[in-house]
Design a protein around this ligand. Structure first.
Ligand code: GRF
Length: 213
């Protein structure tokens, strides 16, 4: 399926009744550099989305601090504080529904979401992955590209389905792998691609939603 077709399936799942920027939630677990890229882009006059809420599942994530600094609602929902995955997801869902979130962006969120969760936001959850999917799904994708002696690496934004990084691809960006690259060097190169690609894709989806109204 081409990226534009995937975007069509996303926009047909978003019912927009107002002219406000597309309301997105960003879920993160780590450094939050992609959240930062989304925040920075959202301040541009050309941005058609607004980050309404940020949810993180560990107090060690820098995403909380970044959201605070940008005055964005943020929530620490630690999966360890819940008796089950479904209780953890129920809490997240209640926030997303209350905040009338239209699109969920997983930016380094290290929990796999259940079928029940996905059902509530069908075709409205996208994920960022640091490889040229379908190559190297799952953890340690950058290291896997180095070990496989690939010549090219990159990142992918895809729709989330029940599999691990298996959903339909929306967009990709690629970069070379140099023979003397180590993990840090390649990660840096891939992350600068991610910081460009993710906000661009989210904004493109938002603009497409408005055009499709
Ligand atoms: C990114 O490389 C993304 O592809 C992966 O997790 C990383 C998150 O980085 N899913 P950050 O927390 O946004 O800096």
């Amino acid at each position: 399926m081409s990226g534009e077709l995937v975007i069509k399936s996303i926009i047909s799942s978003i019912i927009k009744n107002d002219n406000k920027p597309l309301s997105i939630a960003v879920l993160a677990s780590g450094n939050g550099s992609n959240l930062q890229a989304l925040i920075d882009f959202s301040k541009r006059p050309t941005s058609s989305y607004a980050i309404k809420t940020v949810i993180v599942n560990t107090k060690f994530s820098k995403a909380l601090e970044r959201a605070d600094k940008a005055c964005i609602n943020n929530h620490l929902i630690d999966h360890n504080d819940f008796p089950s995955k479904s209780a953890f997801e129920k809490k997240i869902l209640s926030i997303l529904l209350e905040e009338e979130i239209e699109l969920i962006v997983l930016a380094g969120f290290m929990r796999v979401l259940s079928r029940n969760f996905l059902r509530h936001f069908e075709n409205r959850i996208i994920n960022l992955h640091p490889s040229l999917l379908p190559k190297h799904p799952g953890l340690d994708a950058i290291n896997k590209a180095l070990l496989a002696k690939d010549e090219t690496a990159g990142c992918t934004v895809h729709l989330v389905d029940e599999g691990l990084d298996t959903g339909p691809i929306i967009a990709q960006a690629s970069c070379p792998i140099f023979h003397d690259d180590d993990l840090e060097a390649l990660k840096k190169r891939i992350q600068s691609l991610e910081h460009e690609l993710l906000p661009k894709v989210v904004n493109h989806i938002a603009q497409s939603v408005f055009k499709g109204q």
